[in-house]
Design a protein around this ligand. Structure first.
Ligand code: GLY
Length: 419
């Protein structure tokens, strides 16, 4: 099977790596990729958001399966175009991708499906913003009702900060979603979904704030770990039965059944799991940790999802132990990351170093080309060992101005997370 992976982040690097380990995959191609993916797959300079370019490449390269990593091409209908060209595609239709692309659509689906989620209101005019803000608090959750790569979300106890963020979203011409704050530790549960068939992967936890101790602004994600030692064993089944299956069934009812990876972001509160958000694709950086523990062939699982035979897939097999991914970010990320810095150090070529925002400069050196530059993955017999491995590798990598969190997975290791 020849597989084409669309995207250019560390998530896509992890997908390419796992696919290249699958004996049933004869070739892995990537577009547009990055400097790390280039070391293990042939790359093509294609605009991931252009259905025309992606379909033309898939045909020209005779691929059997297209795997779409990021949300933007999915929301724009690239998966529909690939399927219309007669090529199998891992990724939902534009209609189903609204579960991520429109937070208002996601809320409506959840309300109909009876899934617990935060109370919310959409505000589309500055004139009603203040009275709407008064109905929320003491912690305000302010979201851009569109795609904002995680950075469109502000969670704050400061009403003025909430107001400023909402006003900026409105000035940019987008509606604002105000939500009640959901208490409890967060879980990212990725599920392969083909209509009403649901296969969960290992649960993971992201660290969205830029600084240690969950301080500073939200980012696309600064690190993640899996599995979650503090999560009761039955909780994954509860999430599948009470959250993912009802939402998958409701999407089928609405004529837009989901095919691909449905990502449920949840808070585990006193009354059980409640949905913070749904995404229509693998999460970044959780995927880098989750796939590090996958023993089953990834190509087989993605192809079964894309071809509508997920119910026949043998149970997924996972390696024992834990995996941690730590993101190395560029100076001034997330506000205005500086790019063009040369990445050096013995660790930069170590196993488990996945590239995100990287490219080669004119002299052939690998330089930063985005806010999140590398994802460093450590695997070990337990979470503590996996953390040690990730941070040991990171210590050998040099990026001027680069920064990372030192506490990925630490609260779990120290037993500070309870549900
Ligand atoms: N881990 C956050 C995201 O992928 O959106």
């Amino acid at each position: 099977m020849r597989v084409l992976v669309i995207g250019s982040g560390a998530r896509e690097h992890a997908l390419v790596l796992a696919l290249s380990r699958d004996p049933g995959v004869t070739a892995v191609l990537a577009a547009p990729g990055n400097a790390g993916i280039a070391q293990i797959a042939e790359q093509f300079p294609v605009d991931a958001a252009s259905a025309e370019q992606v379909v033309a490449l898939a045909k020209e390269q005779n691929v059997d399966l297209v795997v779409i990593g990021p949300e933007v091409p999915l929301v724009l209908g690239v998966a529909d175009a690939v399927r219309a060209a007669g090529i199998a595609c891992f990724g939902p239709s534009a209609a189903a991708a609204r579960i991520e692309g429109s937070k208002a659509f996601a809320k409506d689906v959840m309300n109909t499906a009876g899934v617990r989620t935060a109370h919310s209101e959409v505000v589309d005019s500055p004139g009603v913003l203040d009275e709407a803000l008064d109905r929320f608090g003491p912690t305000w959750v302010v979201k851009d009702d569109g795609l904002a790569a995680g950075k469109g979300v502000v969670v704050t106890a400061d009403r003025a900060v909430a107001r400023d963020h909402a006003a900026e979203i409105l000035e940019n011409g987008h509606p604002v979603l105000l939500e009640s704050f959901l208490d409890g530790p967060e879980v990212s549960l990725f599920c392969l979904v083909d209509g009403e068939t649901v296969v969960p992967l290992l649960p993971a936890q992201d660290h969205k704030r830029v600084g240690d101790g969950d301080t500073g602004p939200n980012t696309g994600g600064m690190g993640a770990y899996t599995p979650l030692p503090w999560l009761p064993a039955e909780t994954v089944d509860v999430i599948v039965e009470e959250v993912v299956r009802p939402v998958a069934a409701e999407l089928v009812n609405r004529g837009c059944g989901f095919s691909g990876l449905l990502y449920a972001g949840l808070a585990i509160g006193k009354d059980g799991p409640a949905v913070v958000e749904f995404n229509c694709r693998f999460g970044d950086p959780e995927t880098q940790a989750v796939l590090a523990l996958l023993e089953s062939p990834l190509g087989e699982a993605l192809a079964a999802t894309a071809n509508g035979t997920l119910a026949e897939l043998p149970p997924l097999r996972w390696r024992d132990g834990a995996a941690v991914t730590v993101v190395l970010a560029a100076e001034y990320y997330p506000a205005s990351p500086r790019t063009g810095d040369v990445i050096t150090g013995a660790g930069a070529d170590a196993e488990g170093v996945l590239h995100a925002g990287t490219k080669r400069n004119e002299s052939g050196a690998i330089v930063s080309a985005g806010g999140r530059v590398l994802s460093v993955v450590g695997v070990g017999a337990d979470l503590s060992a996996a953390r040690d491995q990730a941070y040991a590798t990171l210590a050998g990598i040099k990026l001027p101005g680069g920064h990372f969190r030192t506490d990925i997975g630490l609260a779990a290791v120290e037993g500070r997370i309870t549900v």
